[in-house]
Ligand binder design. Structure first.
Ligand code: BTN
Length: 260
């Protein structure tokens, strides 16, 4: 904890709560948000008993080996811009992992961190709002850092990986957590002072799928097309075979081979 604090450069991560076991760091941080905890407070747990993933899924991570953290933010922004916070967190985590591990980590819309086609981390943003304004937001970050293939539940083993599996060595949780907090701090400042464009440009740089054929399962239907871009609010612009463009708020993207 002291070691982590010494590495923190700004407000994000200056106040840290380290827990051994919690249901979900996101749930814990949402409660803190309702109790006036300060902007930038980070909650880190060794073990989650009810880790939450996107689209109501469970997020499993073996005790101790991976990163489960949530950061409380108090941005002054309309609720329709909440996706920008997920974009910001994807950029911050992707850059940190590249720098700390040397791996070619990329972002798969909306929030998956990928290495060689497998998922190495994910982000879940939640918020509390009133009258169209955000009161606070919680960015939940799960990184498969030092887990082994056998640690993953059988249903995700084929699609998940860890930094250790990819690099063949263990990595310091403290250094990666500090790196993420500091990158979040810088990109939050960029977002507040310069607006969303620099952030969206960096997201495009780090993305693995723009210009490529993909299928997107939205829950209602599965659409195929070319992943053209993300719009100003972080939504995916998909060009359908007819040439028409649709804008998608959420979904699961799968890369297709060029001929599919
Ligand atoms: C995804 O489905 O890709 C998002 C996964 C987010 C997992 C993290 S782990 C820390 C934080 N607490 C949670 O309950 N979920 C997020």
């Amino acid at each position: 904890m002291h070691e982590l604090k010494a590495l923190i450069k700004g407000r994000i991560g200056r106040s840290v709560i380290c827990l051994d076991t919690v249901d979900s760091t996101n749930t814990f941080a949402m409660e803190l948000g309702g109790r006036d905890a300060e902007h930038g407070t980070a909650v880190i747990a060794e073990r989650q008993t009810k880790g939450k993933g996107r689209l109501g899924r469970e997020w499993a991570s073996p005790p101790g080996r991976n990163i489960a953290m949530s950061v409380l933010l108090r941005p002054s922004m309309p609720i329709r811009e909440v996706t920008l916070l997920t974009v910001m967190a994807s950029v911050a985590c992707c850059r940190t992992l590249r720098e700390a591990t040397g791996l070619s980590v990329t972002i798969k819309w909306p929030n998956d961190l990928m290495v060689g086609g497998r998922k190495v981390g994910g982000i879940l943003t939640e918020m509390k709002s009133a009258a169209e304004r955000m009161i606070f937001a919680v960015i939940g970050i799960g990184i498969n850092l030092n887990s082994e293939p056998a640690d993953f539940p059988p249903d995700v083993r084929a699609t998940a990986t860890s930094v250790k599996t990819e690099t063949g060595r263990e990595h310091s949780k403290t250094l990666v957590i500090a790196g993420i907090c500091n990158e979040l701090e810088s990109w939050y400042e960029v977002l507040v002072s310069k607006g969303r464009q620099p952030l969206l440009d960096e997201w495009r740089n780090l993305s693995s799928m723009l210009g490529k054929p993909v299928s997107v399962a939205t829950g209602k239907e599965t659409l195929r097309g070319i992943a053209k871009d993300i719009d100003d609010q972080g939504m995916l612009i998909l060009e359908l075979p007819s040439g028409a463009a649709v804008t998608l708020r959420a979904g699961d993207v799968t890369a297709l081979r060029e001929r599919e």
